[in-house]
Ligand binder design. Structure first.
Ligand SMILES: CC(C)(COP(=O)(O)OP(=O)(O)OC[C@H]1O[C@@H](n2cnc3c(N)ncnc32)[C@H](O[C@H]2O[C@H](COP(=O)(O)OP(=O)(O)OP(=O)(O)O)[C@@H](O)[C@H]2O)[C@@H]1O)[C@@H](O)C(=O)NCCC(=O)NCCS
Ligand SMILES: Nc1ncnc2[nH]cnc12
Length: 304
């Protein structure tokens, strides 16, 4: 009898784990789609144009986001209810590299979401580690804990971010994650939270993107146009926050395209901000209304 009960409880635990990991991957992909569809974004692919990109477009960005579902699911599943270790860090990297390969296969070799596989992948592991019940900013601290561990299996390769780091000594995607995503913590998340109280959803999202562009050391901007482009983009985004209007954003988009610069790193962190924010609101709702108490770690796992 008790064996049967144990088997049943074990099966229920597996089902809960699968459900939570699937929801994490669903939300991660949804956040990537939310980012690409937001319009108008300066220099980035959106519904208005392909930004400063000859080789990217909306259908490709969407396909790329969708193909990463399995990658995010596997990253979450691997870390479910587990604290980071070097072995887990290396397995995380291996899953990410398979995700990158899949992305390049879908996009014919174009880099659409490499930064997102890293940043959002880390956030997936953090949420899974707490079985879905995570607060802000703990999600960032947990993600950083994994990011700081060494992956000895990373292949040596030249990257745009790596070249920028060498040339200008500037931190990039790796350092952003290892230091607990300070640009999400101090700029995008608080901006998004505050702006949603008073502005429309689209305006809140656009102001959040501008908050990122005006503060982030975006290696994509520096790679395309050097420190001058980075400085220009940061200053102009700051001005657009002060004088926000649709026209100002259209002008900024046109100007970024004329200069052929694109804030791809800010786009990734914007998607990461949507992901965290959507997850936390959903988690709080389920706790508040008792719809499903799946997200409350250590408590019962059935629907009420
Ligand atoms: C730690 C890694 C992220 C590798 O980082 P690294 O700096 O070595 O590599 P990059 O290839 O440059 O990728 C970094 C991507 O991160 C985004 N990003 C940039 N700045 C920041 C920042 N300050 N904070 C956070 N994120 C940032 C950005 O991604 C977006 O832009 C992409 C387009 O970039 P790029 O191809 O350079 O664009 P173009 O200008 O169009 O290129 P050209 O055509 O001109 O050549 C787009 O994909 C967005 O996602 C940066 O691109 C991590 O990947 C890693 O550890 N890699 C090693 C292999 C591995 O283990 N992978 C699995 C990791 S789970
Ligand atoms: N919307 C977008 N346009 C160009 N590069 C990106 N990288 C991530 N999102 C992007």
């Amino acid at each position: 009898m008790s064996l049967l009960r144990n088997l049943k409880a074990g099966k229920e635990r597996i089902e809960v784990r699968q459900k939570i990991c699937k929801e994490i991957a669903d939300e991660a992909v949804a956040a990537l789609l939310e980012e690409v569809e937001l319009t108008p974004k300066p220099g980035l692919v959106d519904m208005r144009n392909n930004g400063s990109h000859l080789d990217l477009n909306i259908p490709m960005m969407r396909e790329s986001a969708i193909c990463l579902h399995d990658t995010f699911y596997k990253m979450a599943d691997l870390h479910y209810d587990k604290s980071p270790t070097v072995l887990l860090r290396e397995q995380f990297g291996a899953i990410g590299r398979i995700g990158e390969k899949r992305m390049y296969a879908v996009t014919n070799g174009v880099n659409t979401h490499k930064g997102a596989i890293w940043s959002i992948g880390l956030l997936c592991t953090a949420i899974a580690r707490r079985k879905g019940d995570i607060s802000f900013p703990q999600v960032l601290d947990d993600a950083a804990e994994l990011a700081k561990l060494t992956d000895r299996l990373i292949p040596v390769q030249q990257t745009n971010g790596g070249n920028v780091k060498k040339k200008y000594g500037m931190p990039g995607a790796r350092e952003e994650a290892q230091s607990g995503f300070p640009h999400i913590k101090n700029f995008s998340y608080p901006t998004y939270k505050k702006m949603r109280e008073t502005r429309t959803s689209t305006v809140a999202k656009l102001l959040t993107l501008l908050a990122l562009v005006s503060n982030l050391n975006d290696t994509c901007l520096a790679h395309r146009g050097g420190l001058e482009a980075l400085d220009y983009a940061q200053k102009e985004a700051g001005k657009a926050i002060q004088n926000f209007s649709d026209e100002a954003l259209f002008r900024l988009d046109d100007e970024f395209i004329k200069r052929w610069i694109s804030p791809g790193g800010s786009a990734d962190l914007l998607a990461a901000t949507f992901f965290i924010s959507n997850w936390i609101s959903k988690n709080q709702r389920s706790v508040r209304y008792g719809e499903v108490d799946l997200y409350i770690s250590g408590k019962s796992t059935h629907s009420t």
